[in-house]
Write a protein that binds this ligand. Structure first.
Ligand SMILES: [Zn+2]
Length: 216
């Protein structure tokens, strides 16, 4: 299963080539849609079946409305984050450490580059399959960073986990932003118990080896 990480402003999008269609996981900040469309052109594929959003943050669904308009692909999210997408909200929860700088940074960013609201047409609960969208994958509800944060488990042992963890040169525990710090820890333990082969998080193109992820 081919996965193409795409740098989209403050976050990464992940374009997955499924058996019978493309699925995009997250889409970065606002006005990043051309970067995704360019990769689709390069692949010679226009069969985008779904734009799945791991959680309702500025740097993860900022270009969802534009990509939906250009491709016609529906936007999907866990129901608990759906209202935030509809309202164009990016709730940061209880910040820690340098995370205290984020509300200020987000406030400034939203003044200059507003966050377009988007209507999620596909609402999937924990355990739902993406087979209808041409991808052998399953959605897991992994709350904590936001109430409706979700992760994607692909059949080949790849896990895409949004901001459930942080990542710079190494993977690290999420230590800056959460709406529920206890739930965040429980969600991480649940994903580690899956023993994934490799893991992609929302702010790096590097796949984290499974043993590095499980030792967090
Ligand atoms: Zn986030």
């Amino acid at each position: 299963m081919q996965i193409h990480p795409i740098s989209c402003g403050l976050g990464y999008a992940f374009l997955i080539e499924g058996e019978s269609g493309l699925v995009l996981v997250d889409c970065g900040s606002p006005h990043q849609e051309k970067k995704v469309l360019a990769i689709m052109d390069a692949l010679g594929r226009q069969d985008l079946k779904l734009i799945w959003i791991t959680h309702a943050h500025y740097d993860h669904y900022g270009s969802a409305a534009a990509l939906h308009a250009k491709t016609g692909a529906p936007v999907g999210v866990h129901p608990a984050d759906a209202d935030a997408l509809r309202a164009g909200r990016s709730d940061l929860g209880i910040v820690r450490g340098v995370g205290h700088l984020f509300p200020l940074g987000l406030g400034i960013a939203k003044v200059f580059v507003p966050l377009p609201p988007v209507n999620p047409e596909v609402l999937l609960e924990d355990g739902a399959s993406l087979a209808d969208f041409g991808l052998a994958a399953r959605v897991y509800h992994t709350p904590g960073h936001t109430p409706g944060h979700s992760s994607l488990w692909l059949e080949d042992g790849t896990l895409i986990i949004g901001d459930l963890i942080g990542q710079d040169s190494r993977a690290r525990k999420q230590s800056l932003l959460a709406t529920d710090w206890q739930a965040l820890q429980q969600s991480l333990a649940r994903m580690q118990a899956l023993n994934p082969r490799r893991v992609y998080s929302g702010h790096s193109p590097r796949a984290i080896p499974g043993d590095e992820f499980c030792s967090l």
